[in-house]
Design a protein around this ligand. Structure first.
Ligand SMILES: NC(=O)c1ccc[n+]([C@@H]2O[C@H](COP(=O)([O-])OP(=O)(O)OC[C@H]3O[C@@H](n4cnc5c(N)ncnc54)[C@H](O)[C@@H]3O)[C@@H](O)[C@H]2O)c1
Length: 327
């Protein structure tokens, strides 16, 4: 049994991770300030004897030091997430994404220097590739961000700083870190409130409202079920070869956003239509997007035996089922 700390454990991905860690026998401490998540996401395991939930800000130095002192593994997922949230709160995004990572790493480096090695997983993002025009992104590819006058790049740039920090701690102090760059993770419990496309589409289709597609809808993304992603993350944390390295995690099967909308409409049997909205109307006048985002999964597949089990239709079905089962 490991003592595991999950920051952001009441969020979408964090709650699934927490359930998986409890199921395999770990003792899990979740810290979450409920800024975008909610402890309701942990309803199924709320009374679990090996789960401890702490409501708090991991950007609080005392709390970060206290929680980092007890953990054997740390999964750091707490962050400001979602294109819409980043557009609304660029300053908080940068602070939320960098400061807590630094606090946790500082505490773990201290322990590491006194011979106590704690494994650290950093949840990073495909957004770090910025607007690199390559057809598929490999972990060693360049990060190509737009101007600092365009707030959307602050999310990817702040996560890139997290990656630099984690890798620096590995190089300088031997801290065992693993970095996962998530590409569109979806599934039950994901909120559509911060710009996530699939829950937004499913909510609209179920309510018979138009599905709002941004720009021409021909931009492509790859969607992975959160359960597949969690399996990859937990396997990476057990793989000695993964230490000090960065991994793309997700699906490598692209779909255009307008096709996603059509598949959601078909799967729900909804009479809803598709409507188009410019990025300027959805976010702001200088919003820039990425046309195509597909991961190269070679490194992941060479390091762990993992393969995704859910295809896009199964994922859409799972999201619909979860939403229609809610009271
Ligand atoms: N969902 C995706 O497609 C995706 C893609 C790329 C990267 N990620 C990364 O995965 C991680 C989890 O994302 P998610 O989709 O589950 O989002 P989420 O918003 O559901 O989860 C983030 C959680 O962190 C909590 N949180 C934020 N700041 C905090 C703080 N200072 N102290 C304590 N708790 C705090 C929030 O309340 C929330 O519960 C994030 O680091 C995100 O950047 C997600």
């Amino acid at each position: 049994m490991k003592q595991v700390l999950v920051t952001g454990g009441a969020g979408f991905i964090g709650s699934h991770l927490t359930e998986a860690l409890l199921a395999r026998g770990d003792a899990v401490t979740v810290v979450d300030d409920q800024s975008t998540g909610t402890f309701d996401n942990l309803a199924a395991v709320r009374d679990h004897p090996r789960l401890k939930c702490i409501e708090g800000d991991i950007g609080d130095p005392k709390l970060a030091a206290r929680l980092a002192a007890d953990a054997e593994h740390v999964y750091h997922l707490a962050a400001a997430v979602g294109v819409a949230l980043v557009a609304r709160q660029p300053k908080e995004t940068i602070e939320r994404n960098i400061h807590p990572t630094e606090l946790l790493l500082d505490a773990l480096v201290e322990r590491c220097r006194s011979g106590d090695s704690v494994k650290f997983f950093l949840a990073s993002t495909s957004e770090v590739y910025g607007k690199n025009p390559k057809a598929t992104f490999h972990e060693e590819d360049d990060l190509i961000f737009g101007s600092t006058t365009r707030a959307r790049w602050s999310y990817g740039a702040s996560k890139a700083i997290d990656e630099f920090l984690a890798l620096a701690c590995h190089r300088q102090y031997g801290l065992p870190v693993v970095i996962g760059r998530f590409f569109n993770v979806v599934g039950p419990r994901q909120s559509g409130a911060y710009g996530m496309v699939l829950p937004r589409f499913v909510d609209a289709a179920l309510a018979g409202r138009p599905l709002t597609v941004h720009d021409d809808g021909r931009q492509t993304r790859c969607f992975a079920h959160v359960r597949d992603v969690i399996v990859a993350v937990t396997q990476l944390m057990e793989a000695p070869d993964a230490e000090g390295r960065v991994f793309n995690i997700g699906s490598d099967q692209p779909v255009s956003i307008v096709e996603l909308a059509q598949r959601v409409i078909a799967a729900t049997g909804s009479a809803a239509s598709v409507e188009y909205q410019s990025y300027a109307d959805a976010y702001d006048a200088d919003f820039e997007d990425i046309r195509r985002r597909v991961p190269d999964l070679t490194r992941l597949q060479q390091t762990i035996p993992h393969r995704n089990h859910y295809d896009l239709d199964a994922i859409i079905r799972a999201v619909i089922d979860a939403k229609t089962k809610q009271p």
